[in-house]
Design a protein around this ligand. Sequence first.
Ligand code: PGA
Length: 304
Amino acid sequence: MMNMTLRQLTLFQAVAQHLSFTRAAIELSLTQPAVSIQIKQLEGHIGMPLFEQIGKRIFLTDAGHKLYATCEDIFERLNSLETSLNELQGSIKGQLKIAVVTTATYFVPRLFQAFSRIYPEVNLRLQVDNRVKILERLTNNKDDLVIMGQAPEHLNVTAHSFLNNPLVVLASSQHQLTGQSKIPLTRLLQENILMREVGSGTRLAIEKNFANNHLEMRTKIELGSTEAIKQGILANMGVSILSKHAVSLELATKKISILDVETFPLQRTWYVTHLTEKELSLVARTFLEFLLTNAQKVVEQDIF
Ligand code: PGA
């Protein structure tokens, strides 16, 4: 077992991620037999099969699952070693792992692009999911930094607000309410309100706003992503409430309009967070500093 090599573990990890020898070989620019031979040798060191084949598909065996978890640990540690060695040299390079809630995908790549003009040797690994899933990642300390619309109260986190996040009511430019002013909140309830899935931070903020105004909102149409909601608005299926950042293009081309509804826009803020006890890498600290100083400017210039 002690004779297994890092190279073999890299190959094993690729096969396990794709559950395919062919796709792993393509990813690593190798031939499929070369990958198979190395995995066979690795199985020899372990003394047990790592994959089992059922029909045309392959699956990890129990031993495979255990080795996969170990690989994740080893490569994670090697990555942080690389980052710490870079830090010792005082250079800002290496990997930056950021997790963001879905809505933030509309501006985070832009911010990273502006950042990488100054620090071209930093690589980004972005994880995207809804609020509930991203909170799970934050709790388990999976990323360098986490970007979300509301900092969690039950966790010991440090949260810096770095960007405005107006939530606006949106309708197709053809919608009958478009152009009307001071629309009462109760009037909005007569419309089909297209809502994100349970677990979405946007949905949470909207429900809170209606509850604060002593109104009950019944979700008739639930669409599981911001993109699906945008398509629903464009098809005039109903109205919705989203972050203004998510619809900058549609607003600019006047395909979607902002409705003037009482209590809106809801003024929220984007937060960049991490567990308070976490020791941030130099790369993460530099990106955090960049967000606090430049994010509002970069996003405003680009999309508003
Ligand atoms: P969501 O989060 O993408 O899960 O809706 C957005 C937010 O928290 O503002």
